[in-house]
Ligand binder design. Structure first.
Ligand code: ATP
Ligand code: MG
Length: 305
């Protein structure tokens, strides 16, 4: 989980050639999907360039810069960074026209600029497309889906809007902590639900508003299907982190059942450091007509939503 540590597995880089190459080759198939640098040239609502006041709740740019500086000063990241996370296109988080409260959470976490996988995934996820993203360990995949999920959440509505599935309880706790940290200024309600904890507590918690549910397969299935307590009928975003594990033989049927409980055409974001055949088969069945995007340190398949 530490991006400062170079990955020795070489898991994801192989498919896209040398991930250390300075010029990041981008290979795409199918329809064009990624906005140009500046986050968003082709993305309609997300124009490129510096943050506009409107993007940050009408906060003037100079004021936003001040907030950014003071928040980042509190949490300077002095860790060693490898090429996997430093060879970016130079985008800033402001380029994605995120809510001011969300930007504040990002900066307060000490994130100065998006990592390469974040540069690729955030603008695509923000325009509602499905993503299959592959990037090496420690390259910032969590924030790559947490940031767009938080941006899209409407906190004035009390229902579950995003379901983030992870394979283990430990990862669920880590991921929900990231949601809470980055969403700190947003009044977002994030619930974590895993096996090994009181089912009764989960049931009680679901009686109050939950915007983002982070969970492991068994417990989420128990709450959503068996007991019909977790209502996923308005949950429009479905995230599978460590998708290779979630789509293993054991969990695949659960993931399929969960997809069926979501509204029609949910946005599906799959993140993984490796893509075994099971991931491809899930993609073929539930994420039709994929476009493919290959980037030096990550491989992402993006589909029309
Ligand atoms: N833009 C960023 N700037 C600075 N640090 C970041 C940024 N994005 C993520 N990080 C930090 O990098 C570390 C690794 O992030 P994360 O756990 O999301 O990686 P990952 O790709 O999911 O790794 P793994 O495959 O091991 O799960 C974390 O400490 C996280 O806080
Ligand atoms: Mg991860």
């Amino acid at each position: 989980m530490n991006r400062a540590v170079p990955d020795s597995t070489g898991a994801a880089g192989a498919a896209a050639g040398s991930y250390a190459s300075a010029a990041a080759p981008v290979v795409r198939e199918g329809r064009p999907m990624r906005p140009s640098a500046g986050a968003g040239g082709g993305a309609g609502a997300m124009g490129g360039g510096a943050a506009a006041p409107a993007a940050a709740g009408a906060t003037p740019e100079s004021k936003l810069e001040e907030i950014k500086k003071s928040l980042l000063e509190k949490k300077a990241d002095t860790r060693l960074q490898t090429d996997d996370v430093t060879q970016t296109k130079g985008n800033d988080f402001e380029d994605y026209f995120l809510k001011r409260e969300l930007l504040m959470g990002i900066w307060e976490k000490g994130f100065v600029k998006p990592s390469p996988i974040q540069e690729e995934a955030i603008p695509i996820a923000l325009i509602g497309r499905n993503i299959l993203a592959r990037a090496k360990n420690g390259t910032g995949k969590t924030a790559a889906f947490v940031i767009p999920v938080l941006e899209k959440v409407d906190v004035s509505k009390g229902h579950i809007q995003a379901l983030i599935m992870v394979p283990t309880r430990e990862l669920a706790l880590q991921t929900s902590a990231v949601v809470r940290e980055i969403g700190k200024h947003m009044k977002v309600q994030c619930m974590v639900s895993t096996g090994g904890t009181s089912l009764r507590d989960d049931i009680m918690r679901l009686m109050k508003p939950v915007h983002i549910l982070v969970g492991t397969p068994g417990r989420v299935m128990d709450l959503a299907q068996k007991r019909r307590i977790a209502d996923l009928s308005k949950c429009t975003t479905f995230v599978l982190d460590e998708a290779d594990k979630l789509l293993s033989h054991d969990f695949m049927p659960v993931m399929e059942d969960l997809v069926r409980m979501l509204p029609r055409n949910p946005q599906i974001l799959l993140f993984s450091a490796t893509f075994p055949v099971s991931v491809k088969s899930f993609k073929d069945r539930y994420i039709p007509k994929p476009c493919v995007m290959l980037v030096w340190c990550c491989v992402a398949f993006v589909t029309a939503h």
